[in-house]
Ligand binder design. Structure first.
Ligand code: G1P
Length: 297
């Protein structure tokens, strides 16, 4: 029996400078898509995949994140008094069981690999997931659940993968794959942010990983890579060198890059259109905008 993946690491230490001035006082992960913070989507996806322990790698100024997952006794009491049970249910879905979330600080921004390494003591000697909350994925079967199902067959390391246009390969970890069966490819090499024109393929890593604990050992040994940072991609590439399997899963779903303003806006519209209470209004407005544009052309 393969050991179940029950722990997930959420690297949330970034400064979010692309969203200044908003991120001057709120963590990027608290910014909302419709009415839910980005981090809530990541947590819901993890829960749906069987994750029970949530490890946040944070930094200074992320206190609002910790509060978000805590009980809000005064707010709850006031809603109870007014009989607002629907709102209480919504709040309840954000409360985490005591001890389910652990926080560890990354005290210097040294890259994604370093952030994951900061969680090593909490992960211990078992496979774990990593979720980058900037990558929001709308899917009928949540992306990490798709990966956990595939991982039951493959074991080893697994990354979520998606084709990107040539001009974007230099922004991602890129996979070089050998055999492909359905949505699943065996990875024979991977490179972090390859220079323009040097990418081995168009298959990019998207921010979902299932990793064996050996990746943590590699992270403690490797030196800095692309951008002068300790790269998770480089540590996963070591798995291949050491003869352990790494797979890329082309997940089924729509991925939004909420680390960029344009991606965030697109996600806002897409998630708004998925909501029964908002669809008609929002669609009406979008049609109105399109009509104005067509009239102007
Ligand atoms: C990180 C990873 C990269 C991956 C990307 C997905 O990069 O290092 O391999 O392709 O996330 O979003 P970042 O976007 O943090 O620069």
């Amino acid at each position: 029996m393969r050991r179940k993946v029950t722990k997930a690491v959420f690297p949330v230490a970034g400064l979010g400078t692309r969203f200044l001035p908003a991120t001057k006082s709120i963590p990027k992960e608290i910014m909302t898509l419709v009415d839910r913070p980005l981090i809530q989507y990541a947590i819901d996806e993890a829960r749906a995949a069987g994750i029970r322990e949530f490890i946040f790698v944070t930094s200074r100024g992320k206190g609002a994140l910790e509060d978000y997952f805590d009980n809000a006794p005064e707010l709850e009491a006031s809603l109870r008094e007014k009989g607002k049970t629907a709102l209480l249910d919504i709040l309840d879905s954000t409360n985490m069981e005591s001890g389910a979330i652990a926080y560890v600080r990354q005290n210097r921004p040294m890259g994604l690999g370093h952030a994951v390494w900061c969680a090593r003591r909490m992960i211990g000697d078992e496979p774990f997931a990593v979720i980058l909350p900037d990558d929001v994925i709308a899917a009928n079967t949540p992306c990490l659940k798709q990966m956990v199902d595939a991982y039951e067959e493959t074991g080893g390391a697994m990354v979520a993968a998606m084709e990107v246009p040539d001009e974007q390969t230099s922004s991602y970890g890129i996979l070089d794959v050998s055999e492909t069966r359905g949505n699943l490819s065996r990875v024979k090499a991977m490179v972090e942010k390859p220079k323009r024109g040097t990418a081995p393929s168009n298959l990019a890593v998207i921010g979902r990983y299932i990793l064996p604990p050996s990746v943590l050992e590699s992270l403690s040994r490797i030196s800095s890579g692309a951008g002068g940072e300790i790269q998770l991609t480089d540590a996963i590439a070591h798995e291949i060198v050491d003869g352990r399997p790494v797979h890329g899963l082309r997940f089924v779903g729509d991925r939004f890059d909420c680390g960029s303003k344009s991606g965030f806006l697109q996600a806002t519209v897409a998630f708004g259109l998925r909501r029964d209470d908002l669809r008609d209004d929002l669609m009406g407005y979008l049609r109105h905008l399109m009509g104005m544009r067509n009239a102007a052309e």
